[in-house]
Write a protein that binds this ligand. Structure first.
Ligand code: NAP
Ligand code: G4F
Length: 319
């Protein structure tokens, strides 16, 4: 089997590449041109991946990589994925995260409609939640340009499924984290901060809204669900989540507690990290994924926090 992964240099792309290589896939990774490479997350498997260069902004480049890699499956994980940036760059976010998806689907429509497609949809689409817990039928109410773009991408995926009979799938993934998570996202910012404080490299950690609640899982578990969706006879939409919700404060408390520190002594709040509109609460219902895909998460909240704190301490100790 041949798979093309867009966003292979990102958190999810790297775990998915690990997973597919284990399954003996031939893996093609779409990367965009940069003056310096950002291959840290895939350094360990670099020689097993065939890299193809394209950008979500460029239709012809996408057609060329599909033609070159001749994939059985395409996983579209590339995106401008940081929610705060989407207020500063709303147009670019729309171009990448909404129109970019249409460009890949157009490539499939033109070249080979048998290619199976995975779209990285997001629980950010639920935004100001209309129902709790959120499932595949819950109405969307996005609260950021990122969330709005992802709603477009979700619906264009369904539209190509229904219009052209393409095996196009949308995974509505709730927040998933790991030691490979970008440093600006709150979980990694916290675990990196805890490690620095523990090692005497920093004295405080400035955060924004500590009351926001998320359904946090482990990225390694979530890429398995992506693959499972593409192995089904029928394409579909699936919520992937743990079903549990925790506040940012819970995450902070658990992370500091893991290294025997009291967060009250170190955490400050800074209005710079408060968003123009907030998603206050997310909690997914992964029942459909359990029933149809046989998918369940293996790492729980405490295990995830410990894994991330330990990895950051190890990384900074060896610097
Ligand atoms: P990430 O670490 O930010 O990775 C994003 C990837 O997209 C990087 O490889 C980046 O490449 C690539 N990319 C960005 N713009 C591009 C462009 N114009 N052309 C080609 N590639 C481009 O994100 P992630 O956490 O792995 O998330 C993967 C996907 O799942 C994203 O679509 C995200 O929106 C979605 N999602 C994530 C979560 C989550 O909790 N992690 C939850 C729901 C949905 P560079 O290395 O060149 O920057
Ligand atoms: O970690 P975050 O930046 O993730 P957010 O906004 O939930 O988005 C992530 O998950 C989505 C799935 O729901 C993905 F689609 C998206 O691509 C991304 O991966 O923020 C989580 C919460 C927010 O409520 C934020 O206000 O943490 C709060 N927060 C509090 N202090 C902070 C901070 N977030 C960040 N990034 N930095 C802070 O200092």
């Amino acid at each position: 089997m041949r798979a093309l992964i867009t966003g292979i240099t990102g958190q999810d792309g790297s775990y998915l590449a690990d997973f597919l290589l284990e399954k003996d896939y031939e893996v093609f990774g779409m990367v965009r041109r940069a003056s310096t490479e950002s291959f840290e997350r895939i350094e360990h498997i670099r020689d097993k991946i065939t890299f193809v260069q394209a950008d979500l902004l460029d239709q012809l480049s996408i057609i060329n990589v599909i033609e070159e890699s001749k994939p059985d499956e395409i996983y579209n994980l590339a995106a401008q994925s940081f929610v705060p940036t989407s207020w500063n760059q709303p147009v670019l976010t729309g171009e990448f995260d909404a129109i970019g998806v249409t460009k890949i689907l157009e490539g499939i429509r033109l070249l080979n409609r048998k290619i199976r497609f995975y779209q990285a949809s997001s629980s950010e689409m639920f935004g100001k939640v209309q129902q709790t817990p959120q499932n595949e039928s819950t109405s969307f109410y996005p609260r950021s340009p990122y969330g709005v773009a992802k709603v477009y991408a979700h619906w264009i995926t369904i539209n190509y499924r229904e219009s052209y009979d393409i095996h196009a799938n949308s995974g509505i993934l709730f927040n998933h984290e790991s030691p490979r998570r970008g440093l600006e996202f709150v979980t990694r910012k916290i675990t990196d901060g805890v490690a620095r404080i523990k090692l005497g490299l920093a004295k405080e950690l400035a955060l924004g809204n500590l009351d926001a609640r998320r359904d946090w899982g482990y990225a390694g578990d979530y890429v398995r669900a992506m693959w499972l969706m593409l192995q089904q006879d029928e394409p579909g939409d699936f919520v992937i989540a743990t079903g549990k919700t925790h506040s940012v404060k819970d995450f902070v408390e658990t992370a500091f507690g893991h290294v025997d520190l009291d967060y009250h002594d170190y955490v400050t709040t800074d209005p710079r990290f408060i968003r123009p509109a907030e998603v206050d609460f997310l909690q997914g219902n992964p029942l459909l994924a359990k029933e149809k895909l046989g998918w369940e998460p293996e790492v729980n909240f405490d295990g995830l926090v410990r894994m991330m704190v330990d990895a950051d301490i190890e990384r900074l100790k060896n610097k």
